[in-house]
Write a protein that binds this ligand. Sequence first.
Ligand SMILES: NC(=O)c1ccc[n+]([C@@H]2O[C@H](COP(=O)([O-])OP(=O)(O)OC[C@H]3O[C@@H](n4cnc5c(N)ncnc54)[C@H](O)[C@@H]3O)[C@@H](O)[C@H]2O)c1
Length: 284
Amino acid sequence: MIIEPGMTAFVTGAGSGIGRGMALALARRGVQVGVCDIRESDAAETVRQIELAGGKAMAVGVDVSVHSSVETAVQTVERAFGEIAISCNNAGISLHGVPLHEISAGDWEWVIGVNIQGVIHGIQALVPRMLATQRPAHVVNTASIGGFQVNPNFLTAAYSMTKYAVVALSEGLHNELQGTQVGVSILAPAAVDTRIHLSERSRPDRLGGATVRPQNHFMGDLLKGSMSPDAVGDRVVEAIEARDLYIFTHPQTRPWLDRRHAAISAAFDKAERLAAMRAGHTHE
Ligand SMILES: NC(=O)c1ccc[n+]([C@@H]2O[C@H](COP(=O)([O-])OP(=O)(O)OC[C@H]3O[C@@H](n4cnc5c(N)ncnc54)[C@H](O)[C@@H]3O)[C@@H](O)[C@H]2O)c1
């Protein structure tokens, strides 16, 4: 779809990092942005930056893990800016540095609630509206390179599990929306210089509120000086216009996926050998 000035975007997790990068990039193209975040003061700072650059935006408090909160936020943005043509389901949290068997029930609820349910809630609220307009529209779901392989270091499997879900949801949505005016993209970055190592600041009140999780803080050093959220934002704008399904921002991570695919392929080779052997026995 061609991004036109005056269109409206709904971007979650836009108070920081990649969401802010996407919000700023869309605003530079004249798009009015609903800047949604659980941390309203951070959303307000993104709006300030957009307005300073001559753009139009509004800050909206939302907890993406709660269906009614997303629906209310969508209505608020629609009332102010009109129908929403671009939906970026981007809010997400990391839960690294803890083995799967030690993750608490509350933390499972948190990571699944934000990273998976958050995307589902965005799809539920906006895709029916987009289809009803019969005008070009686009959904960007932020997964991660961790949605395509599980990093053997850093104990990131719970996070990766949620990102695999985002990939499956998005591929399914893409299939289902073939022949409509609604496009779908999966954003799959590796390291981006954001505050995701401080996700605990955004834990919803109903799940215990902001906390401190030192296990996650090692990532701050890994992310420092990595790709800028602005570069990711510009890439997303291009991808929306190209209707790209997959948005990979770090070509150097391709061997990570190749390794996983090679292991899967080897397992199929083995299955074929075993099937051939069994067939051989049956014929004797
Ligand atoms: N930074 C990276 O290296 C990286 C790599 C791959 C994917 N991602 C993904 O990018 C997305 C954005 O992360 P980021 O790196 O910009 O991190 P970030 O922490 O800088 O920004 C995430 C924003 O989401 C908000 N948020 C968290 N929970 C929320 C909730 N329940 N409701 C509404 N907003 C909520 C936070 O307040 C924060 O402003 C996430 O989905 C993340 O998994 C990040």
